[in-house]
Write a protein that binds this ligand. Structure first.
Ligand code: ASP
Length: 461
């Protein structure tokens, strides 16, 4: 019997289940014009369409089979899944460091609630201890769910509260902070927190996962264990991102908050330090520095929180044949700052010059970054670069476009004075601009070396 109210299956998908007398948790083989699929029928999300039957395959992946294409469903049994994470009391040990985990949402905070189809957070210390007991070997963990959002929904309101909560936790004496966050925009949040939380005495480690913990290949536990280790025991008192290093689960990399970027939509090893090398590697055995120019852990609690933020700032990603009306529209809508992601060394086409001049004359602050991500804006090489600077556009060295964007939001939140904004933008706080790129930074510890070694090993076999 199909329990329609429980499954959420209605319409054509509901009738096909009725026809073959199967329902949720039926272990089935589905024959369809699109192929043959074996798996477990999962409840349908309340908000999903009524045209697909959702199957959990043996691989752990979920797929939707178009109801229309189904010719036969055979039931081989029933397997009701229980997704309640066992809650265990997180043990307290006075000799261990105290870490606070602030949750904002994202895949790392998620497990699928098969009743609603929604991804819901699992973030109490008891639940975390139940699923990742190794955490108790490292620290005493306190958790607090600030938000339960996917990271595209993060914005100034969330950044400000997060920065303030980090400040309060630091003043209350914690030894380290971990921030659980969706991976998609983690680099934006890492950058703005670097600017908002000045001079922190303890590590502030952001962590996420590309695959949720109900999937066999999940990176949630390893990323979390390593992040908690870096926060509890590490000496690097900066905003860092701790994520999967190479493609195997050997270690995580600690990336500086202003130089990190998500670079692959689905790989677990998606985060890379751009224009530099990561700060350290971390695995359950310890933290190994890759450089020593970082701010060290301190005992004092002198942290400055500056949550200034101007929302009327945008990134303009240049493409050939961009029309000036785009720039005019930005200005006419009251934007105070524009970060251009230009081509090559920092270029845009001549037809835009008039609109750019109009913008800077109206007091809009315009900064140039490069789409190549690696390398510097260099506006003296070609005449066009000089012309663009004459229009009032300021080159932003090797600042990543997203970092320049959040820094301009932060700067304009503090002042509208052209020279002051320029001073804030071009004075590095934590390596958002650097004097030079390391000559081998493009390859080393970017995931390339272990993969190259593995490739060489495989062809030598
Ligand atoms: N869409 C998710 C997010 O950024 C992806 C993730 O958490 O990895 O919130």
């Amino acid at each position: 019997m199909v329990e329609k109210s429980m499954t959420g299956y209605r319409g054509i998908a509901g009738s096909i289940l009725d026809t073959f007398r199967v329902g949720i948790w039926s272990d089935v083989v589905i024959e369809s014009s699109k192929g043959r699929f074996s798996g477990l029928i999962l409840p349908r999300s309340e908000t999903a369409d009524d045209k697909h039957v959702v199957l959990k395959l043996a691989s752990g992946y979920n797929i939707g089979v178009a109801a229309e294409a189904i010719t036969k469903i055979t039931e081989h049994g029933r397997r009701e899944a229980h997704y309640k994470i066992p809650e265990k009391q997180f043990p307290v040990d006075d000799r261990k460091p105290n870490v606070t985990l602030l949750g904002t949402g994202g895949t790392i905070a998620s497990r699928l609630d098969y009743r609603t189809g929604a991804v819901i957070p699992a973030f109490s210390p008891g639940e975390l201890y139940g699923s990742v007991p190794e955490l108790a070997d490292i620290c005493n963990l306190r958790t607090e769910k600030l938000y339960g959002v996917f990271s595209e929904n993060m914005g100034p309101e969330q950044y400000i509260r997060l920065a303030e909560r980090v400040g309060e936790e630091i003043r209350a004496g914690v030894d380290g902070i971990v921030i659980g966050h969706g991976t998609d925009t983690m680099h934006h949040t890492a950058a703005i927190l670097t600017f908002m939380i000045q001079n922190p005495p303890v590590p502030i480690v952001m962590v996420g996962s590309q695959r949720s913990s109900d999937r066999p290949s999940s990176d949630a536990a390893i990323n979390l264990i390593n992040a908690v280790k870096a926060a509890a025991e590490g000496d690097i008192a900066e905003v860092l991102v701790c994520m999967f290093g190479p493609t195997s689960d050997e270690y995580c990399l600690l990336h500086r908050g202003t130089r990190v970027r998500k670079m692959h939509s689905s790989y677990r090893s998606t985060f890379r330090t751009i224009g530099d090398i990561p700060v350290a590697m971390v695995d359950p055995d310890g933290i190994r520095d890759l450089r020593d120019d970082y701010r060290r852990r301190r005992d004092d609690r002198d942290v400055t929180i500056n949550t200034a933020f101007e929302e009327k700032v945008t990134i303009l990603y240049y493409y050939p044949n961009m029309q000036p009306d785009i720039v005019d529209a930005i200005v006419d809508n009251g934007y105070r700052g524009i970060v251009i992601a230009g081509t090559g060394l920092g270029h845009i086409n001549k037809p835009l010059y008039g609109a750019i001049k109009r913008a800077t004359d109206k007091g809009v602050h315009i900064y140039m970054t490069v789409q190549t991500l690696w390398g510097y804006v260099q506006m003296y090489v070609y005449e066009t670069g000089r012309e663009i600077m004459e229009l009032g556009v300021v080159p932003a060295a090797n600042m990543l476009p997203e970092v320049a964007y959040v820094k301009l939001c932060w700067a304009l939140g503090q002042t509208g004075d052209r020279d002051e904004v320029r001073h804030i933008m071009l004075t590095p706080i934590s390596d958002e601009t650097t004097d030079r790129e390391p000559y081998n930074g493009y390859l080393i510890f970017q995931g390339a070396i272990p993969e190259v070694q593995e490739f060489l090993r495989s062809i030598k076999r």
